[in-house]
Ligand binder design. Structure first.
Ligand code: DAU
Length: 351
């Protein structure tokens, strides 16, 4: 296998590379990353000098550079992680999401089609996507692979669009594609704009914990290491042209998650939990805030034998501990772009 990964300096891509580059020394990996604000090469420091790993600074919006990189590397497998992913940012800057998620995916599909030509028998184009393409759920029900698409935010609309293109390139051109749609990921190396890293860092620093609305929205939490394994399983064993949902079987309200973080921080820093809980503040809700996401993982469990192995409480504790023990990584991501976002989005509330 020769695996070309896009967005390998981002959160999920980095966790995938950190797991499989050392584990598969005979497999060659190339990481294409635009190094936007959320991409941090420091996350990959431990594998950067390995002989089976290479990096190229490329933005997928540049079609020529993408085609040259795919041509030069001659991948057997492409795993497409690169995307703008933060819902709140998509509400403010929707154009960035179209450029990265729609145009970027189009350029990558076209590069694969051009370079692979008719030689498709041992090839896979794996597109990493989100459960948000299915819209929102009420109190009951779960997203299945057959749930109709109903994206609600500029972010999920851009991912839905990319999913549709991937599916169409399979149907029209016979490109050997696979799609996975995952629930909310958490774990080490997640950029501190998403719920768990924002709350963990603020709780550790004694700052306010900004809960949107009443904190009653529900997400299904998937540990990023479990997600990496599920992607690898689908990429190697899943049938071409298929979609698999990947979830953590761990539904929690946002308030439950924040209380879990308070508990973990209390244990790590030897403080009373009540003191940390006092930092919780309820702030203005996100516009169009999806109420609930939940994933039915029956298909991947029955067809590929995958299921999540990390319990949420254990994974959350491990994650909060990681944020408390990695000040160098945290300082490196707190660039001007990070501070600008925190200031304009929370208007000083969490900073
Ligand atoms: O479902 C998968 C999706 O999960 C991924 O495709 C997205 O890339 C990822 O961002 C995530 O979307 P969410 O909007 O659910 O994630 P986020 O971490 O932004 O928010 C999780 C919940 O926490 C959501 O109900 C909003 C709430 N929240 C978030 C932040 C950042 C707060 O209450 N306060 C906050 O400061």
């Amino acid at each position: 296998m020769r695996i070309l990964v896009t967005g390998g300096c981002g959160f999920i891509g980095a966790n995938f590379l950190l797991k499989y580059v050392p584990q598969l020394p005979d497999v060659q990996f190339l990481n294409l990353d635009a190094l936007t604000y959320a991409g941090n090469p420091l996350s990959l420091q431990s594998i950067a000098d390995r002989e089976n790993y290479d990096f190229a600074h490329i933005n997928l919006a540049n079609d020529l550079e993408v085609t040259n990189a795919v041509e030069g590397f001659q991948p057997t497998h492409i795993v497409h992680f690169a995307a703008e992913t933060h819902v709140d940012r998509s509400i403010k800057y929707p154009r960035d999401f179209l450029n990265s998620n729609v145009i970027g995916t189009f350029n990558l599909l076209e590069a694969a089609r051009q370079v692979w030509g008719d030689n498709l028998s041992d090839k896979v184009f794996h597109h990493v996507s989100t459960d948000e393409v299915y819209g929102e759920l009420g109190e009951t029900g779960m997203f299945e692979e057959t749930t109709p698409y109903s994206p609600n935010s500029p972010y999920s609309a851009s991912k839905a669009s990319s999913d549709h293109m991937v599916r169409a390139w399979n149907h029209t051109y016979g490109l050997p594609t696979k799609i996975t749609n995952c629930s909310n990921n958490y774990g080490p190396y997640q950029f501190p704009e998403k719920l768990i890293p924002v709350m963990s860092l603020n709780a550790l620093a004694g700052k306010p914990l900004p809960v949107y609305g009443k904190g009653e929205n529900i997400r299904d939490w998937l540990f990023v290491g479990d997600h990496a394994e599920a992607i690898f399983r689908v990429m190697t064993d899943g049938p071409v042209g298929e979609t698999f949902n990947i979830g953590g079987n761990a539904e929690r309200t946002n308030l439950q998650v924040v209380h879990g973080i308070c508990q973990a921080v209390a244990e790590i820093s030897n403080q009373p939990v009540e003191k940390i809980q006092d930092q919780i503040t309820f702030v203005t809700d996100r516009p169009g805030h999806d109420f609930r996401y939940a994933i039915d993982t029956t298909k991947i469990k029955n067809e590929l034998g995958w299921q999540p192995s990390q319990s949420f409480e254990e994974g959350l504790h491990q994650t909060v501990k990681w944020y408390s023990e990695n000040p160098n990584w945290i300082e490196a991501v707190k660039s001007g772009e990070y501070l600008k976002w925190i200031n304009e989005h929370y208007q000083g509330e969490s900073n």
